[in-house]
Design a protein around this ligand. Sequence first.
Ligand code: GLY
Ligand code: MN
Ligand code: MN
Length: 433
Amino acid sequence: MEIKDFKAQRQQLMASLPEGSVALLFAARECTRSNDTEYHFRQNSDFFYLTGFNEPDALLVLRPGQTPESVIFVRPTDKLAEIWHGRRLGVDAAPEALQLDAAFSVEQMAELLPDLVNGADTLAWLPGQEGYSDEAVSALMATLRGGFRQGRRAPTQQLDLRTQLHEMRLHKSDAEVAVMARAGEISAKAHVRAMQACRPGLFEYQLEAEINHECAMHGARFMAYNSIVGGGDNACILHYTENESQLKDGDLVLIDAGCELEGYAADITRTFPVNGRFSEEQKAIYALVLEAEKTAIAMIKPGVSIKEANDQVLKIMVSGLVELGLLQGEVQELIEQDAHKAFYMHGLGHWIGIDVHDVGDYHTAERTRPLEPGMVLTIEPGLYIGPDAEVDPKWRGIGIRVEDDVLVTEEGHRVLTGDVPKEIDEIEALMAG
Ligand code: GLY
Ligand code: MN
Ligand code: MN
């Protein structure tokens, strides 16, 4: 993404606001890890979408139709702070670097912000987002309300920006898709490397290290979320991130990992045998999950919903589980009774973008929203047969998910994460090599 792309996003948002609006977007703040050390900084996703700016303690003010129209408050340059903590863009460089009309120091915010908002009818922002922003907006409104003798007028309306902004974020531009496709390619390489490196006796976190290494070597320094590397029973814990067990011969390992590239996420899951060869039981369950995943992906096109794809997934998985003897009964009745939830207890997929679980309305809990070109979603069916499952013990300890990221196009779809094998024979061949 280039700065002009972020500017275009800003302009699109401004064009959607009611007349007489001023919008405020707060950057994230640094977050303490322990004593005086911080977690690595991650920008607020909405602020990033509209600026491409990656420093904490900033505020973007958008004043459509006014001069200056786009204003940012940033940390001032400070020789001592920069020697200790790192470079800052600073006030003087910010307007050109970020293609904004004006910049001021955050230290002048209390003094200057009321005048930038004064007279607006509507204050647009995202209530309840960053911990400190609600307080900042209350203080601003109090200042404006208290300043009527100085000719100040507080906005009479407040608008939650989520509706406009998150609808925009849900529909990806070509520039965003290009970054996400690259994030998908890099993450696919990382999964291939993990398959090649895997062997019994390795610790899960050591396989995680292979993933991190490959992503970093291709330019993605961070992962989009905490990677899940779960061997055996651990694969049945949906958000298992301890990654601290030793991988056992004969078990499967499930890896759910995707890099963050230029602020955008990838999200891939593959499941494969620790020793490189699937057992008969593992093959049988894997084949079901894979057929479900491929069928769902094949359905993705404008007008279809996640729910419709999931309905097909349920038919495939429940019929298969009945055939294998893991469920008993009539397929449609079992689906109506939610019998599958014993083994498939999550949804089929989610929007993905700057956030791995990205923003955007699904219309209903069942995700009935018809897909449109430019949306990107994951498809990730799974079957998890835990150690306590009431089934023939030979099935226990099999947890399988297969997950890809899919762009909806005018013609249908494009898989952004297709460069990592998922067919049984492909995986075995790769691991044997
Ligand atoms: N990695 C989280 C998910 O697949 O939704
Ligand atoms: Mn995932
Ligand atoms: Mn996912």
